[in-house]
Design a protein around this ligand. Structure first.
Ligand code: ADP
Length: 424
């Protein structure tokens, strides 16, 4: 059996499902571990992804956790590694992208890593070392006002330099456009000049193909998820991945479904509205009544539902309502209250027979998987870019889980997700 070839470490949960989903487009088996497993690797997949929660952790903690993940992936047999961060390069002058990359380079005994956060299908482009979100430079995009990692510069070399101890350089689009040999030659020149950290431009999937082809044997690629996408086909062509490597599993899952929405992003608001309009049963959580009366009302409603009708329990609200609830109850408190409630609904629905669970919201997904005591997900069919169906075991039952970060998916995501699983 093929051992693990590529080991990926992601700095947050939905980032891990994102890269896992793109690798799974190959049809090869991909496993996602939530946190570093507390047991040595057994029955591993050709592609292993470890989801950390290190994006905004103190630098030393992020480094320690990532090194642990690396050690586990090495023990699983991986020889190539991918450090996955956000395609908007979410970080501060202290880190964590650069310091973690340098720690990984030390442990892998390598003197060069590439940086490619481009994800053209999702509107993230790197040109002349500058990152664009759609047509806007990063520093002019909504990311400039991110509460934890405000991105006030669009130039990746300038963003990275204060985070690392070794020189930073660029291999630009003009070189990438010349193909694999030109890119390799550029990286070799950077290496002989002592440039350890090389930002590589990409504005289209064709560029990612060139970068992946040129870098498929280097120990450490860093970036958003998209540059990993061509790797499975390259490994197959190189004979590294056997033609009979374990394939994605496709279980037959009972149609009893629950949909839980805790994201308040504009896309999730549109998705909840579109799903409610289909006439599916739905329950709107009100933070203030929840704070006063707790969960009995929603749990009673849930107990009466026909789960084959895929009911929706949602806390999704417009920005004004969210602000009002936060002012009344506190930002952290209201968030935690809703996450706890939706997590309790997930467990109650599973116990009532739900075998398909669809969750909207990154933090909400974390709370739900924790309550369901899920530590490993097998990646299945893709619903939307960056959002795959996954399989896991919870409460001794085989469950299909779809975990969607706020802005992902189209308006009809909740219906599409159900249809995708039925089509399998
Ligand atoms: P996203 O992926 O869109 O960021 P998250 O689940 O990560 O979604 O974050 C949404 C946060 O908002 C969660 O902590 C959730 O509990 C909280 N939340 C959900 N609904 C409401 C609401 N009506 N009022 C206030 N906070 C809410």
């Amino acid at each position: 059996m093929t051992g693990t070839i590529l080991g990926c470490i992601a700095d947050d949960f939905t980032g891990a499902t994102d890269i896992a989903g793109l690798l799974a487009r190959s049809g090869v088996r991909v496993s996602l571990r939530i946190g570093v497993p507390d047991h040595p690797p057994t029955s591993t997949s050709p592609f292993e992804v470890i989801a950390l929660k290190s994006r905004t952790a103190p630098v030393a903690d992020a480094i320690a956790e990532t090194r642990e993940a690396l050690a586990w992936l090495k023990a699983a047999g991986a020889t190539r590694f991918f450090w996955k961060y956000c395609s908007t390069f979410d970080s501060t002058p202290e880190g964590n992208i650069g310091p973690v990359a340098e720690a990984l380079m030390r442990d892998l005994n390598t003197d060069q890593a590439i940086y490619c956060p481009a994800f053209p299908e999702n509107g993230r482009f790197v040109f002349m070392g500058n990152l664009f979100v759609g047509q806007q430079p990063l520093a002019e995009s909504p990311m400039k006002d991110h509460p934890l990692t405000p991105m006030r510069d669009s130039n990746l070399m300038r963003l990275l330099a204060p985070q690392v101890t070794k020189p930073v350089g660029l291999t630009d689009r003009l070189v990438v456009a010349q193909g694999v040999d030109a890119l390799r030659a550029s990286l070799a020149r950077h290496r002989s000049d002592g440039t350890a950290h090389v930002v590589v431009d990409a504005v289209a999937n064709a560029d990612l193909e060139v970068i992946a082809a040129a870098c498929r044997d280097i120990p450490l690629i860093t970036g958003g998820s998209a540059v990993a996408m061509p790797l499975p086909a390259l490994y197959l062509a190189d004979g590294l991945l056997a033609a009979d490597a374990p394939k994605q599993v496709a279980h037959v899952i009972d149609p009893a479904t629950i949909i839980l929405s805790g994201s308040c992003s504009s896309m999730t608001n549109a998705q909840v509205a579109a799903y409610t309009e289909t006439g599916a049963p739905s329950y709107q959580l009100d933070p203030l009544s929840l704070a006063q009366a707790g969960t009995p009302a929603v749990l009673e409603w849930l107990a009466k539902q026909d789960l084959t009708k895929a009911p929706l329990i949602s806390a999704t609200a417009d920005p004004a309502s969210v602000k009002a609830a936060q002012a009344e109850l506190g930002v952290i408190e209201v968030g935690a209250l809703i996450e706890r409630t939706l997590a309790a609904c997930a467990v109650a629905a599973r116990d009532a027979g739900a075998r398909r669970i669809i969750v909207a919201g990154g933090e909400t997904s974390g709370a739900v998987t924790k309550a369901l005591k899920v530590s490993q997900l097998d990646i299945a069919t893709e619903i939307a870019p960056g959002v795959p169906w996954t399989y896991c075991i919870s409460g001794g039952e085989q469950i299909a889980l779809a975990l969607k970060s706020g802005n992902f998916g189209s308006k009809t995501f909740f219906s599409e997700a159900q249809a995708k699983l039925d089509a399998k």
